[in-house]
Design a protein around this ligand. Structure first.
Ligand code: PLP
Length: 400
């Protein structure tokens, strides 16, 4: 509960769900229509066409009325059979949850990792994947599954390098990639990087409420789905892809979220994807300038994979991240992301994705700075001023 009677706006700066722009809220407030009528079919075709641009694919994108976890499951059950070996990489909490799901579904995941909590400060190590695939001369590994933007740590892995590792090893495994929190914030190329199934969700870069999620598929993935033996019905691509050809679904889709998605796609494509990515990179650099000025560490230890979506702020010795977060919430009506799994208590996460601007982030950093000081952290300088200077010195070019 807040320490004061709320006034003004709440600052939702967790790394998803992200703030939903008014334009999208208004689009979603329209009356729900007949999901088998002509108006719906036109909407379906429009969103299915435009969403491909965001995944940078010419291939179909399946939309589920489910959270991201559902789309994770859909990717596995459509392409794999009981007992199949899958190679996964422990980038953080979300990679760990996906590995657990694979086991629960009756797959045999092999979980590559760097050691312990420190391992959660780096990205996917493509060389480790290549080495393991080279050893697998019998091709018993059927899929490589990696998280593009690990939301628990703020690390954005190099997916092109993972593709190269699979190709260098001349291995036929499918490549499955979770970009639930990366899509429409960080560059992502489903076709360009040769990904077989890309998984994403609505509540992050797409700026929608939670509730729809995606599988972008390749021909090879669709081919695999014809032979895959894990049970599937609701998640099965075949009927969905067939009905999607005319803009419909085999069940009742999430009509109002699709209105929102249509609006979100217009917003992103009007701005231009490259501009959207530049905006996120710049915010992330400003936030890192603040953390550095405080004299604290960011969670990610490898600058080549810093996330443009969120920044993990590691606490000084003796300070509990969740106590700081809770104080910041009560005193300043600002929500930050908690440390998850191995990072619990060690760090908090600042989301800088979607419908933000320089001043929302300055306010967010102000709340963090004040909360850290009130919690007894000895800060070396004002991160707020450092971020202001960074933003002033690096103006964002206007969209063309
Ligand atoms: N994967 C990643 C990288 C995520 O960030 C999340 C949610 O935050 C998930 C998977 C799970 O998605 P959901 O919570 O929408 O089911």
């Amino acid at each position: 509960k807040l320490d004061f009677h709320p006034s003004g706006r709440h600052f939702l700066q967790i790394p998803g769900p992200s703030p939903v722009p008014d334009r999208i809220l208004r689009a979603m407030s329209l009356p729900t229509i007949d999901h088998r009528g002509p108006e719906f079919g036109a909407l379906g075709l429009e969103v299915l066409r435009k969403i491909r641009e965001v995944f940078k694919t010419q291939q179909p994108v399946v939309i589920y009325p489910a959270s991201g976890t559902g789309a994770w499951e859909a990717a596995l059950v459509n392409t794999l059979s009981p007992g199949d070996r899958v190679l996964m990489f422990e980038t953080g909490h979300f990679a760990t949850l996906w590995e657990k799901m694979a086991r629960r579904l009756g797959l045999e995941p092999e979980f590559l990792s760097l050691q312990g909590y420190e391992g959660w400060r780096h990205g996917v190590q493509a060389d480790m994947i290549e080495r393991r695939l080279r050893e697998d001369s019998g091709h018993t590994i059927k899929a490589v599954c990696v998280v593009h933007n690990e939301t628990s740590t703020g690390v954005t892995s190099n997916i092109a390098a993972v593709r190269r590792a699979i190709d260098e090893a001349r291995h036929p495994a499918l490549l499955l990639v979770d970009t639930i929190s990366g899509l429409a914030c960080a560059d992502y190329q489903h076709d360009g990087w040769g990904v077989d199934v890309t998984i994403s969700g609505s509540q992050k870069g797409l700026m929608l409420p939670p509730g729809i999620s995606f599988n972008a598929v390749s021909d090879k993935a669709v081919e695999a789905s014809r032979r895959a033996q894990l049970p599937k019905s609701f998640w099965a691509w075949d009927e969905i892809l067939e009905l999607n050809k005319s803009g419909y679904w085999p069940y009742t889709p999430n009509t109002n979220l699709l209105y929102g998605l249509n609006e979100a796609l217009d917003m992103l494509l009007e701005e231009g994807l490259e501009q959207v990515f530049a905006r996120h990179q710049r915010w992330a650099a400003g936030v890192r300038a603040a953390v550095e000025c405080w004299g604290l560490e960011v969670q990610c230890q490898d600058p080549s994979v810093y996330s443009p979506v969120l920044t993990g702020v590691v606490m000084p010795e003796g300070i509990d991240a969740d106590a700081v977060r809770s104080l910041i919430y009560k005193r300043f009506d600002l929500s930050l992301g908690t440390g998850l799994g191995k990072a619990k208590g060690k760090m908090f996460r600042i989301g800088h994705l979607g419908d933000c601007n320089d001043l929302t982030l300055i306010a967010t950093l102000g709340g963090c700075e004040a909360g850290l000081k009130l919690s007894g952290a000895k800060l070396q300088g004002s991160g707020v001023l450092a971020a202001l200077d960074y933003f002033a010195a690096h103006p964002l070019a206007a969209a063309s």
